[in-house]
Design a protein around this ligand. Sequence first.
Ligand code: FES
Ligand code: FES
Length: 172
Amino acid sequence: MTHIKVNVDGTPYEDEVEPRLLLAHYLRDRLGLTGTPIGCDTSNCGACTVELDGTTVKSCSVLAVQADGSTVTTVQGLAKDGEWTALQHAFHERHGLQCGYCTPGMIMAARDLLRENPHPTSDEVREALEGNLCRCTGYQNIVRAVLAAAGQQDGPGRQDASGRQVGEEVTA
Ligand code: FES
Ligand code: FES
């Protein structure tokens, strides 16, 4: 067993873990942070995406011992005092989810994109989220949600009766 110290969503933890334990399993099974789902365990789907010392990683491809001394942020650490971030509001308001299984990873990946590129195009959003799979939505509303969170128009697919592109900004 290996001793690790890690700060997750603002809370410090110390644990003895097996060297082979994945960070995703540590978060879920040891810390009870089940807001980070596991969709594939083979680093394909992106559902398990978290932030490790400011870098977005797929937590099923990182060992818990590699997080020793680090700060981890999961989707459960984003809301402050119960108040969602603009991105979380946008996913809710733009129906960027159906079953919700991919949503934590989508939000963590989108957050990374908006940090690097606060005003992405629709294509840039799609490219940034290419490592995150969704089996329900067809992606359109996910892209719209990210664009809305960036204070932009809804993106493609929403037009008024005259065929003009329309959309409101998300300000929350
Ligand atoms: S569970 Fe980690 S990428 Fe699918
Ligand atoms: S909303 Fe179901 S997998 Fe994306």
